[in-house]
Design a protein around this ligand. Sequence first.
Ligand SMILES: [Zn+2]
Length: 236
Amino acid sequence: MGEVQVLPRRQTLADKTYDELNSRIMQSVLPPGAKLSIDGLARQMAISQTPLREALARLEAEGLVERRPLSGYTVTALLTTEEFNDLFDLRLLMEPLAASRAAGRVGQAHMTGDGKALRALARTPEYHSDAKLSQLAFTQADAKFHASVAQHSGSGVLAKAIRRLDAHLHLHRAYLTPESISETEAEHLAVAEAIIAQQPLAAEAAMRRHLELSRVRHAAAFTADEQADAKKQAKK
Ligand SMILES: [Zn+2]
């Protein structure tokens, strides 16, 4: 109990500010591409600039806002349809290869005992009543699983190339249904089991199938978001 009071007030305020801004961005109250005025936000939220800057720095590190010299902070733009398609085309080139390589290496010392860990990472978190929290937890878990497969490929170049796509950062604002979260778990487990069973062809096929299905699920979410945005625009 006492610990809460010991926390410096500034830190609590920065956390609250972060939560508030994060929620506004996730719900498109602050839409993609929106300019963020530090003065304006500080006044509107009745806080000083210090916690606000702290919150913005954290959002920047997570890729939700961008800072440009002279123009300040803006909410990161969502992917265009073309960028979305490029992203999945590139993932389909690299990630099935990573899964295949990981399956080929599994007998080696570095993977000993990692089978369990990979299987655990394949699991997606339980759907929570708070859709936004579920979405974030799901995205983080999904990112970890894909990063782990990439690392187990044994190719630093491949793992880095996959990491640099920042796929999860770009996808996580699109709403996913609870069904798609459980479908993802089944597909991840298929990838993990093929890697653990040292079957490169099966691992490659399972990752390809997962990405193709994931692409369809995310495309549906993007379309739903666009329709919601169009409605909001029409109301203005
Ligand atoms: Zn996945």
